[in-house]
Structure formats: C-alpha cells, structure tokens
Ligand binder design. Sequence first.
Ligand code: ASP
Length: 313
Amino acid sequence: MEKIQSSALKGKVVLLIHGGAGNFKESDLGPDQQRVYEKYLREALEEGYKILNEGGSALDAVEASVKLMEDAPVFNAGKGSVLNKEGHVEMDASIMYGKDFKAGAVAVVRHVKNPIAAARMVMEKSNHVFLAGNGADDFARSIGMEMKDEGYFITPSSLEQWKKTKEPASMPKEMNKHGTVGAVALDQNGNLAAATSTGGVLNKLPGRVGDSPIIGAGTYADNNTCAVSATGHGEYFIRLTVARSIAALMEYKKISLEQAVNEVIHHRLQQLGGTGGVIAVDKNGNFIISHNTTGMFRAWKTEKECEVRFFKE
Ligand code: ASP
C-alpha cells in the first residue's frame, strides 16, 4: 500500500499520470528498461504540465499526456497495445471534464491512432457519450482523425507476448504488468479532468471491454470532489465502479480523498480479490496514488515537486 499526499495548492496546478500497475518488482525491470519508462513518463508529464502552467485546461492537459503515452510503444495503449485471443488490437479510452460533467468514450477501436483523442471528439462532436467497435472508428475517420493500419499498433514485444500465450509450456515468468495509461489534473481555474486509455488485457476475448472506457469505473471527474483514473483488473473495477465510488464517498460521506481511495482500493477491491490502483486529485489539489500491487508506473508534477516512481514504497 502506498499513499502520497500533498497539501492544498490553491490556484495552483497538479498533474498525475500513470502507465499501469502490476505485480512487478525491481528485479523484473532492469536499469535500461527503467530509463526507457522514465523517459516516456517524464515527456508525458511535461507535455501536460506545460498546458496547465500556461493557464490551459485540465481537459487539454490530460488528453495531451495520454496521447504521448499512447504513441510510446512501451505502454499498453495505442501503439504497443496487447493483442486479443485472435491476435488483434482492440483499444478502449475515455475522458471526463469535471467542470460540466461532459464525458466521451470509445471501445474496441482498431484503427484510430489516438483513442483518447477520439473519446474527446465523441464528447465534443457527437450527441453521445460512448461509441464502440466499427462505429467508433468510422466516426473518427468521418471527422478526419488520423487512422492507422493494425501493423502500426503491434510492436515486436506485444507480438512476442501474444505468441507466448499460445505455448503455455514455454511461457517464462511473466512480468505481470497491466500497462494502461491515464492522467488526472487540476487547472488554474479549479477545473478537474481525467483520462484513461488501454489495449485491455492480453489474450482477451474479441469484443471484451474493460473498465478504462467506462465512465465511473476507470475514469471520473467532478469539480465538486475529485478526478480519478484507474488501472488494474478491469472486471473488478467495473463491478465496483471504482472511480465514481471514490467521488461518491467524498460527496455523500463528506470524507477526504485519501479516506475514499483507501476504502475503495484497500478494502472493497482487496476484499473482492481485484488488483490495480488509481491516481486521483481533489478540487483543492490534494492528490493520492494508491495501488495494491507491488508496482505502478506513475509520475506527478506540481509547482513544488516532480517525481517518477515504479515500485512500492
Ligand atoms: N484496466 C484495464 C482493463 O481491464 C487493464 C489495465 O489497467 O491494465 O482493460
């Protein structure tokens, strides 16, 4: 269990990002690999923070950070997404703005280059919140978004990982990381936003949808309480509506972000046997990163600090 909390930073900005959680330890991730993850996390953090620092919106910041992580081949989102049982990429993403409760999501997309940008467009350019499958890709194409052939998303390492699922006998000890990406932010105007993007889980059944694109499960933002992005075993996060539960506990029980996260991650999720974690920031700039796994790729930046971490502390 890990908790990081900072005191309120009125009018200031806060950005937290994650690149997935899992039961990995220092011995599973060599120094070279650590450097690669750190580089991508720092780039994504700086990209989003710059927007916040210049007075931009939390919504733009979380989208920008997540987009860069989708483009990075080391995370399980966009390029580098895990493959399903049939060897195909099917990606999910969602975004929510705490200012006006607007939200957008896509699921089972196979061609839009940046699923998080497509989710934002569903929110802004359609009358809907959630589009799935071919309809979601068609919508993205119809408004001129960048589309890619499947080969773009499949990396040598994601293909290798998938091939190993077909030969269980020769399967080496898995690093067991989830690899989804996400971001939460508080901007100078006190607005909160959250975004999450994923390739889902390795070897999933075609058509499987996880928590990441489900508003209230993997993503939630409400200016009155907090913004949350989750990563972990999606089926559990859906059943517990993890992200919305954290906000609802704060809203109805009048408890702190830390208490709400603790209740959901370390009591409910733990009891049910789910693994994973969340990044969350409240309307006053208090933030927390909490996971019940041994590792979580995570980074955060405020006026006072800028940190990148991988392992449990
Ligand atoms: N939550 C994601 C899903 O179940 C996976 C992850 O976070 O790694 O699709």
